[in-house]
Ligand binder design. Structure first.
Ligand code: SF4
Length: 100
């Protein structure tokens, strides 16, 4: 079901509009919440120094990332949104983020 929801969201024009608006807002307000701006990122590898999986926070910016659930389970609407990290701490410097 998770893959179905993800595939359906990719082709929904409302999703494309929401993604574009999110990208615009991130740029306009200079929002920082991704690993490139975090104090815990390892500069050379862009991995997390605390070992957290960070694919969604170094990959393409998405307003609607489907959180992975167990196969066969429904994805509640509230589980679809931008990925953030509760351990994010704004670093003193910032790496380029090619996905912004
Ligand atoms: S603490 Fe979170 S935001 Fe910071 S580098 Fe690790 S995964 Fe990325």
């Amino acid at each position: 079901m998770t893959e179905t929801v993800l595939a359906a969201s990719m082709t929904d024009p409302r999703v494309a509009e929401r993604e574009a608006r999110f990208r615009d807002e991130v740029a306009a307000y200079r929002l920082r919440f991704r690993c490139a701006a975090c104090a815990h990122v390892i500069t050379d590898t862009r991995t997390c120094s605390m070992g957290y999986p960070n694919v969604a926070l170094v990959g393409p910016l998405r307003a609607m990332e489907v959180m992975r659930t167990r196969p066969g389970t429904e994805v509640p609407a509230e589980a679809i949104g931008p990925v953030t990290c509760k351990y994010f701490e704004l670093g003193e410097s910032e790496l380029d983020d090619p996905n912004l």
